[in-house]
Every structure is written in structure tokens, then in C-alpha cells.
Design a binder for this molecule. Structure first.
Ligand code: ADP
Length: 328
């Protein structure tokens, strides 16, 4: 492969997700394989502005494929939102001899990369690292599968206590704008109801559903609530509403919180990260830029970053139907 790109930077930015380390490892090792230098950029755009760089060889990423979080650290950086901040970042990259970068992050990080590419004609490729699965142009984002497994494992445990005490549990999972985690985890964990931002079916329907389930002989139930669901003002208010209207149940709330982002990546995410890292480096060396690597029907696909961030991921209606059937 003949390319002008001799040194590639890699960094993680925005919210962390499991599998980011596996993606860093893949980018670093692919660079080593293709005899291109690789530099780790610490703390996302903040570290880029400050020149917080470290050369990475194939051995520098030993024993990280199984680790959650990100060895390069992640950060949010206000300064990069300004033209002056991005200019500083560009100067740092140039003085280090970095010709292109791979950004592992979510839509905010991609927006920054796209603007940077437009301003400085600097080659960038994105790897979608976010547990929310809210990026267009890929069926899955890196970390989504792991987060789902973490959530399902937690709900399985909550189910044990729910069924021992005839309790109704409201379990809040991440997802301010999208319900992919809630819907998939809800089906996987056998939830009674799944409340997501995309579909506000109303409180009455929730009560009806809980009554129906009680009549059908169920003595405990799990309701999954995405953070951004609008059925109640928040999950605690929803609990109060159900308790007032449905005194039969002992209602409890469990907010899973940040544990959903952590932990060792699943095998799927490790493989996915490895594939995307290879493709990202190859794409840069092929002269491609401003694209995101993703997967559709298990094929690796490159999507223009502007489409990836502007397009809306749709909730899987078929899965909603499956959930409705399962909760008969
Ligand atoms: P995520 O990548 O997980 O969506 P954020 O939305 O916090 O996370 O974005 C991460 C970083 O990307 C921000 O802290 C900022 O440095 C950069 N960024 C986000 N949006 C823009 C923008 N419009 N212009 C320039 N940089 C941006």
C-alpha cells in the first residue's frame, strides 16, 4: 500500500464504552503490521491540544483486549469546540508528525472530527464507541453488546429478589434519547414492560398491563425504564403513581447507573473492535477520510461521518412486537 500517511494518531473521546481498549489495540497492531507509526493521544481532544502523545508499538497494547474503560483515558474538551482550540490541536499533531487520526467515540466526538477535517483537510476515520447504539450507519456500536450483557445479568439478580418477595421492580437503564439498551435488555431479561423514549404509551396502559399480568398469575414483575422515558417525570414518580393506583404490589426502584458502562468487553465487542481497527487504518492508507466504520449484516461498512451523526437510528418495531407477545 503506497500512502502519504506515515504516522497515525489514535484516541478515545467522550463517554467511554467497553471494547475501546480492544479497538486501540487493533489500530496499534494494524499500524505495526502495515509498518506505519502509531501514536496514542491521551484524554481525547484535550490531550491533542496539550500534545499529550505517546508512541505505541505492537507490544504497548499487550493484555488490554479484555479490559473495560480506555487506557488512553477519555475526556470532554470545551476548547476543541472553538476554532482557536482546534488550531492548537492541529499544530500539535503537525509538530508530532501525525498525518491522520482514528477517533473512537460517539456522535459528539465525530462532530469534532468532521469539523477538524473540514478546517484542516486532515484525514480522520471514526470507530463508533458508545453503549447507546445511537449512531446511524451501523447496526451495533462498540460496547452495546457488553452493556446489554451487564444489564441482563443485573436484572437476572433483581428478578431473584423480586420473585422471592412478590415485588414489582422498576429498573432504570441508560438511554436518554434512545431505547435500544432498554428494549434489547428487556426482551433478553424477560421484562414485563419496557418503557422507552421513542414510544410513550401512557401510564394507564402501564397499569393495565400490570393488572393483566397479575390476573394471569404472575406474582412479581420487572419493568425496564430507559433514562429518557417520558411515561413519568422520572422513575421514582412513576413508582409512586403505580403504588397509589395499584396497592397490591410492593414496588421498588433500581437505577443501574454507571456500572452499565464498565466491565470486560464481551467476545462480540472484542471481535468487532478488532475488525473495525483494521478497517479504520486500512481506510486511511487507502486515502479515505471523514468516514465511520460500522457493521451492517455483519459486513464492515464505511459511512460518511455527517450521515452517521445526523441520521436517526430507529427502534426495532419487530422487537417491540416480540416483547408484547412474550408478556402474554
Ligand atoms: P460523545 O463522543 O460520547 O458523544 P461528547 O458529545 O461529550 O461525547 O463529545 C466529546 C467531545 O467532542 C467534546 O468534549 C468536544 O471536545 C468534541 N465535540 C463535540 N461536539 C463538538 C462540536 N460541535 N465541535 C467541536 N468539537 C466537538
Amino acid at each position: 500500500m503506497v500512502s502519504n500517511i506515515k504516522k497515525i494518531g489514535v484516541f478515545t473521546s467522550g463517554g467511554d464504552s467497553p471494547g475501546m481498549n480492544a479497538a486501540i489495540r487493533s489500530v496499534v497492531r494494524t499500524c505495526a503490521y502495515l509498518k506505519v507509526d502509531c501514536v496514542g493521544i491521551y484524554r481525547g481532544y484535550q490531550g491533542m491540544i496539550e500534545g499529550d502523545f505517546k508512541p505505541m508499538d505492537a507490544r504497548s497494547v499487550n493484555n488490554i483486549i479484555n479490559k473495560g474503560g480506555t487506557i488512553l483515558k477519555s475526556a470532554r474538551c470545551k476548547e476543541f469546540r472553538t476554532k482557536e482550540g482546534r488550531k492548537k490541536a492541529y499544530e500539535q499533531l503537525k509538530s508530532e508528525g501525525i498525518d491522520a487520526f482514528v477517533v473512537i467515540g460517539g456522535d459528539g466526538s465525530f462532530t469534532g472530527a468532521m469539523i477538524f477535517n473540514q478546517e484542516f483537510n486532515f484525514p480522520v476515520i471514526g470507530i463508533p464507541g458508545t453503549i447507546d447504539n445511537d449512531i446511524f450507519g451501523t447496526t451495533f456500536t462498540l460496547g452495546f453488546d457488553t452493556a446489554l450483557n451487564t444489564i441482563v445479568e443485573a436484572i437476572d439478580k433483581i428478578r431473584d429478589t423480586a420473585s422471592s418477595h412478590n415485588r414489582l421492580f422498576f429498573v432504570e437503564v441508560m438511554g436518554r434519547d434512545v431505547g435500544h439498551l432498554a428494549l434489547n435488555a428487556g426482551v433478553g431479561a424477560g421484562a414485563e414492560e419496557i418503557l422507552i423514549p421513542e414510544e410513550n404509551l401512557g401510564r394507564e396502559r402501564l397499569l393495565e398491563s400490570l393488572k393483566r399480568s397479575k390476573r394471569s398469575g404472575k406474582s412479581s414483575s420487572i419493568v425496564i425504564v430507559a433514562e429518557g422515558d417520558k411515561t413519568g417525570k422520572n422513575i421514582f414518580e412513576l413508582k409512586d403513581y403505580v403504588e397509589e393506583n395499584f396497592p397490591d404490589y410492593d414496588v421498588r426502584v433500581s437505577v443501574l447507573g454507571h456500572m452499565q458502562r464498565g466491565g470486560a468487553p464481551s467476545c462480540y465487542d472484542r471481535v468487532f473492535a478488532s475488525r473495525m481497527g483494521v478497517r479504520a487504518v486500512e481506510a486511511l492508507l487507502e486515502g479515505k477520510t471523514n468516514l465511520m466504520v460500522g457493521t451492517i449484516a455483519n459486513e464492515l461498512i464505511l459511512t460518511p461521518i455527517d450521515i452517521a451523526i445526523k441520521g436517526h437510528t430507529k427502534i426495532d418495531k419487530e422487537l417491540i412486537r416480540v416483547s408484547d407477545i412474550m408478556t402474554i
